[in-house]
Design a protein around this ligand. Structure first.
Ligand code: TYC
Length: 104
């Protein structure tokens, strides 16, 4: 036990021999529509994306005026999960709210 002969174990952790691969990031983009209520969009931004009430209101108004807006950037699985959570909440309230993800 203890130190083994030959290479030391930490070599495996420290010698990356080349480029480290970072996970790709995705922008989550919220889309405007004419039917989803402003209050619902604000609560989605607070509850699913962790925004403060004032940040959420600013993002919602920006999307309302510009047609779309970036809510955040996340690794694939987190972006996908948040989008599914938004879709489920919107469906259950019968709002057509959509958000999409774009690879950065
Ligand atoms: N345009 C909607 C309204 O006037 C509000 C809204 C904002 C809807 C942002 C979707 O992503 C959205 N009630």
């Amino acid at each position: 036990m203890g130190q083994s002969s030959g290479g030391n174990q930490s070599d495996l952790l420290t010698k990356s021999r080349g480029r480290i691969k970072h996970p790709s990031l995705y922008r989550v983009v919220l889309l405007n529509d004419d039917y989803t209520t402003m209050d619902f969009v604000v609560s989605i931004l607070i509850e699913i994306f962790g925004k403060s009430a004032s940040e959420a209101t600013a993002i919602m108004l920006d999307v309302h005026e510009m047609g779309r807006g970036v809510v955040g950037t996340f690794p694939f699985d987190i972006a996908k999960t948040k989008i599914i959570m938004v879709e489920k909440r919107a469906q259950s309230e019968q709002f057509p709210l959509k958000c999409v993800m774009e690879k950065i």
